[in-house]
Design a protein around this ligand. Structure first.
Ligand code: ADP
Ligand code: MG
Length: 284
């Protein structure tokens, strides 16, 4: 549905490109995630995809049409949540959504309903300028949903939110997917990428290092082993056993038969461990 091909982008006066030869394809109805540390180029790619930054080299195609081909009504069908929320600070949360909703040529959702979804009902009549950072972020997230967009761009939608609120936002994102939206999501949180994304692209220093489903990535890079804790002669022992090795399988079944096992943990890698393995650096 969306194809990005060989995208390379340099900011004015920058010594090196912020984005280099980035290519990926997004299927309709899927959540495609960009996972990478700060400065990797995630927001730059999003901003090129929504036409905020120009295409310098490469292509961004929506069903084989460029953003220029799509014209102005493109914006009626996308929703964008920015990393750094810009809002009308003197207007209330409710007024911000009412004003924004008025910019669309398509039906929009009631602002009150959106505020309720993101837990801002009590702050509806408070000026956005007085909102905390997390509240502003939730307001911008809610704003992105107002036109029931076909395509959603979410830049770090859970960054800086407390775990309960982050969970709530993740639930809404899943709901948007179930509604049929196609979602581009950037994050430096491996748990968000793992739980939400159908496909994850690792991005580091402007380049995509690897892309696949979270499960395939973990199977490809993780070690296939179980960590077994068992008790022998009153003493707790721990051993790493691989189902690929005959002797390990034998040992595991013996431990199980003799009822010695206390805990079993599969040793699949996390996306962050894989990221470190591939790039030599973490996501923080
Ligand atoms: P991410 O979203 O992954 O944190 P960005 O796309 O914001 O990364 O940034 C990628 C690179 O481009 C970084 O090195 C950043 O410093 C640089 N950069 C981002 N925005 C600008 C800008 N407006 N002008 C110059 N350089 C920028
Ligand atoms: Mg960013």
């Amino acid at each position: 549905m969306i194809r990005v091909q060989n995208l390379t982008f340099s900011y004015p006066r920058a010594a090196t490109p912020a984005v280099r030869e980035v290519s990926f394809a997004m299927e309709q109805g899927q959540i495609f995630g960009f996972l990478g540390p700060s400065g990797a180029g995630k927001s730059t790619v999003q901003n090129i995809m929504i036409g905020l930054l120009p295409v310098q080299q490469g292509e961004v195609l929506y069903r084989d049409r460029t953003i220029a081909d799509l014209g102005k009504d493109f914006f009626d069908h996308i929703g964008v949540s920015f990393e750094h929320p810009y809002l009308y600070e003197k207007l209330t949360g409710l007024e911000n959504l009412k004003y924004y909703g008025g910019l669309f040529q398509v039906p929009t959702l009631p602002p009150e309903k959106l505020l309720e979804m993101v837990g801002l009902t009590d702050a509806a009549n408070q000026r956005a300028g007085e909102y905390s950072k997390g509240m502003k972020q939730r307001l911008v997230f809610a704003r992105a949903l107002i036109n029931r967009p076909e395509i959603l761009f979410l830049d770090e939608p859970t960054a800086g939110l407390d775990p309960t609120t982050a969970r709530r936002i993740m639930g809404i994102i899943t709901g948007e997917k179930n509604r049929g939206a196609t979602i581009f999501l950037t994050t430096h949180n491996m748990m968000v990428a793992d739980e939400l994304c159908d496909t994850v692209a690792f991005i580091n220093e402007g380049q995509i290092i690897s892309q696949d489903s979270p499960r395939s990535l973990k199977l490809q890079y993780g070690q296939k082993a179980v960590k077994v804790e068992y008790r022998e002669n009153g003493e707790l022992r721990s051993v790493l056993l691989s189902p690929d090795r005959d002797e390990d399988r034998t040992q595991l079944s013996q431990l199980l038969e003799r009822d010695m096992v206390e805990t079993l943990h599969s040793q699949e890698s996390t996306l962050e461990q894989i990221f470190i393995e591939l790039t030599g650096r973490g996501l923080a």
